[in-house]
Design a protein around this ligand. Structure first.
Ligand code: HEC
Length: 110
């Protein structure tokens, strides 16, 4: 192989490395909440803004006596999927994971 052929090949390698790095990062993100449900998922994804017991923080309170008590299950699911305002959208969660979050929120609201 001549040296010019090696140089022509370089960009391909770089591209492969870049694509690999992106795929690895995406897989890492998707895996961070994989297999988590209910309380564990809430602690990982929601408690930082809404408080461990749903008492609120940078996000509004979600527990007993909060406005979230008035929201229907479908409305809460919509909030989680869309992410209103400064709340991020949790569009990588499965339907079962989202349902488990709604169920967990209802326990906080009793
Ligand atoms: C980065 C901070 C942040 C994270 C993380 C976050 N939220 Fe939020 N959440 C907010 C903010 C801010 C609002 C208010 C949004 C608005 O209406 O402008 C909100 C609103 C809500 C509401 C509607 C409350 C109401 O009274 O209308 C629900 C329900 C909710 N979040 C649930 C969740 C759940 C469940 C999770 C985890 C999957 C989560 N949030 C993660 C910041 C966050």
């Amino acid at each position: 192989m001549t040296s010019s052929a090696v140089i022509r090949r370089l960009p391909h390698w770089r591209l492969l490395v870049a694509v690999g790095a992106v795929a690895f990062t995406l897989a890492g993100c998707a895996g961070s909440t994989e297999g988590l449900f209910g309380a564990e998922l809430y602690a990982r994804s929601c408690a930082g803004c809404h408080g461990g017991e749903g008492g609120g923080g940078s996000g509004p309170a979600l527990g007993a006596g909060s406005g979230a008590v008035e929201l229907s299950d479908d409305q809460i699911i919509g909030v989680i999927e869309v992410g209103p305002g400064t709340m991020p959208a949790f569009d990588r969660l499965t339907d079962d994971q989202i349902a488990s979050l709604v169920a967990f929120l209802r326990t906080l609201q009793q």
